[in-house]
Design a protein around this ligand. Structure first.
Ligand code: ADP
Ligand code: ADP
Length: 226
């Protein structure tokens, strides 16, 4: 299990307005940490800074024991799941899931074994030979999850992964993601604009407003002391 620490993290785009204004937080190993707040408050930006998809303007990022500011995304021990699933349409489910492993030069045999293992965990074994377009929204979402966890990365970043699903399926996937995360001991950093989703999933949540921390704590503590 791995921690992620942010020390006075700031971000400005094009030397203009600061969109992240000095965030301090230590995300504990195995914690389900939720970033929540209105559209435009900086959630995605913060996630992209942690992922290494954007450069930090100032402050320090620690990933596990490593100094993270200048680490390549592929060296950050993390996997990602996005809102639009980002599956490759021309590849089968199986090939999509194994794609991240292919890049890591893991043997074909182990790729297949790991793929089958996560597919079983997520109930998508029957769909391994299909193409993404032949799947329902919920099934595609599970493929995206499978592709993230198959890497065995200790940290997972998710950006609004359930926003394309209807209410009923969203509720179901919330609990599936939580169970999987606890079972595997993954440190989760999860972005949503949905308060209910944040409350039901988070060990701790950080409410952002215009790039600043408005509140930080356990859902019940925040709920009781708004
Ligand atoms: P959220 O994920 O909470 O909706 P974002 O992190 O996407 O918020 O955006 C935070 C702020 O940063 C917004 O004002 C947005 O317009 C701005 N922003 C995001 N990405 C860029 C970019 N690539 N260039 C300039 N401004 C950006
Ligand atoms: P599984 O059958 O393996 O649980 P699904 O997630 O597809 O896989 O099914 C869960 C429920 O959600 C089913 O009742 C299904 O009809 C419904 N469902 C699946 N995908 C969608 C979607 N994109 N929009 C609305 N409902 C969906």
């Amino acid at each position: 299990m791995m921690q992620v620490e942010l020390k006075q993290i700031k971000k400005s785009y094009n030397q203009k307005t600061e969109v992240i204004k000095g965030i301090d937080v230590k995300i504990e190993p195995g914690e389900f940490f939720v970033l929540v707040g209105p559209s435009g408050c900086g959630k995605s930006t913060l996630l992209r800074l942690i992922a290494g998809l954007e450069k930090i303007t100032s402050g320090d990022l620690l990933i596990g024991e490593q100094y993270g500011n200048d680490l390549e995304p592929s060296k950050r021990n993390l996997s990602m799941v996005f809102q639009n699933y980002a599956l490759y349409p021309h590849l089968s489910v199986e090939e999509n899931i194994m794609f991240g492993l292919h890049v890591k030069k893991i043997s074909k045999e182990e790729q297949k074994e790991r793929c089958y293992q996560v597919a079983e965990m997520l109930g998508i074994v029957h769909y391994l030979k299909r193409k993404p377009k032949e799947l329902s929204g919920g099934q595609r979402q599970r493929v995206a999850l499978a592709r993230a966890i198959v890497t065995h990365a200790p940290i997972c970043l998710m950006d609004e992964p359930l926003s394309n699903l209807d209410a009923k399926l969203r509720t179901k996937m919330r609990s599936e993601i939580r169970q999987l995360q606890k079972k595997l001991g993954i440190t989760m950093i999860y972005v949503t604009h949905d308060q209910t989703e944040a409350m039901t999933m988070a060990d701790r949540m950080m409410i952002l407003n215009e790039g600043e921390v408005q509140q930080l704590g356990k859902p019940l503590d925040l709920y009781n002391n708004p």
